[in-house]
Design a protein around this ligand. Structure first.
Ligand SMILES: NC(=O)C1=CN([C@@H]2O[C@H](COP(=O)(O)OP(=O)(O)OC[C@H]3O[C@@H](n4cnc5c(N)ncnc54)[C@H](O)[C@@H]3O)[C@@H](O)[C@H]2O)C=CC1
Ligand SMILES: O=C(O)[C@@H]1CCC=N1
Length: 268
């Protein structure tokens, strides 16, 4: 049985752990987790998913895969900690935003490294992930990584440099939609609808629109026009969005996130 260690017990690690266990692609017995501090968090994950807490740093030697899942700024401290112990056979999978494969190679030497940008919807098998590999990753390992990520959603291989854009779009994407929902709930309740009703209506609206895009092979602007009756309510709403420079706001959002990913790469 392969041993997989998560370094960093945050929300992204939990999303993958939960997704893999629920989808039955990895047994809980093969998963290990460690954290810098907060032993209660490790105990929580152990109890909830039946996975192992890494009992001793020396056990890092035994791991077949290590998943780097701390904050990007903590990567150097993790590298320093594990570099003297890690086996030359251990492969690395990093979910760290911005951090390049080269940085990990510089710290941990030439070995198979996959850089992945999932999102938290992995929890329910609905992640949209991007992935890039270094040359050391074998075809067998690639197939395994793709299988692991397909088990928790979709995965698309991209050039490594494009992972900054993937991070800005689908890595951060769930937060933009939750933010949109927060705004909808706030305005909907001003009209006297309960928060629960607004949420039910708008979550279904998001899900329905996503399902339409997936099943009806039409461009978003065509689908938009079908909703927009001339002189109707949608037209009035879209005009207001344009008056508030909707496109500029979305461009600024994604460009800022992409630029931030590039800054993280430099350790800023
Ligand atoms: N949260 C998200 O939606 C996504 C996050 N990511 C990436 O995943 C990584 C983790 O993100 P989150 O889970 O949100 O962060 P988080 O802050 O919830 O978790 C990070 C964990 O790493 C631990 N840690 C820090 N230094 C450590 C060390 N030296 N050794 C062991 N553990 C250490 C911290 O104690 C913390 O529990 C980040 O690099 C982020 O860019 C990627 C895709 C989506
Ligand atoms: O906000 C972040 O930096 C991470 C990467 C993508 C989603 N969360």
């Amino acid at each position: 049985m392969q041993k997989i260690l998560f370094i960093g017990a945050g929300s992204m690690s939990e999303a993958l752990i939960q997704g893999w266990i629920t989808q039955n692609v990895v047994s809980n017995d093969s998963l290990y987790v460690t954290n810098r501090s907060n032993y209660e968090r490790l105990e929580e994950l152990e109890k909830k998913y039946g996975i192992h807490i890494l009992s001793h740093i020396e056990k890092i030697k035994e791991m077949d895969f290590i998943i780097l899942a701390t904050k990007p700024k903590d990567v150097q401290s993790v590298i320093e900690q594990i570099q003297p112990i890690i086996s030359p056979n251990t492969a690395i999978l990093s979910v760290l935003a911005g951090i390049s494969i080269q940085t990990i190679e510089d710290g941990l030497g030439s070995r198979p490294i996959a850089r992945v940008m999932p999102n938290t919807s992995a929890t329910i098998g609905m992640s949209a992930s991007g992935i890039a590999f270094n040359k050391e990753v074998s075809e067998v390992q690639k197939t395994m990584y793709l299988k692991l990520l397909e088990a928790v959603g979709i995965v698309i291989e991209v050039e490594e440099d494009k992972l900054h854009a993937v991070t800005a779009l689908s890595g951060s994407g769930p937060a933009y939609l939750y933010y949109l929902l927060e705004a909808w709930e706030s305005v909907g309740t001003e009209f006297g609808l309960s928060k629960e009703i607004v949420r039910k209506l708008m979550v279904q609206t998001i899900a329905g629109s996503a399902a339409m895009l997936q099943s009806v092979k039409e461009e978003p602007n065509v689908l938009r026009k079908k909703v927009t009756s001339p002189g109707g309510t949608t037209e009035a709403g879209i005009r207001a969005l344009e008056n508030y420079h909707f496109h500029d706001a979305i461009y600024a959002c994604i460009k800022s996130a992409e630029a931030r990913s590039r800054e993280l790469a430099k350790g800023d």
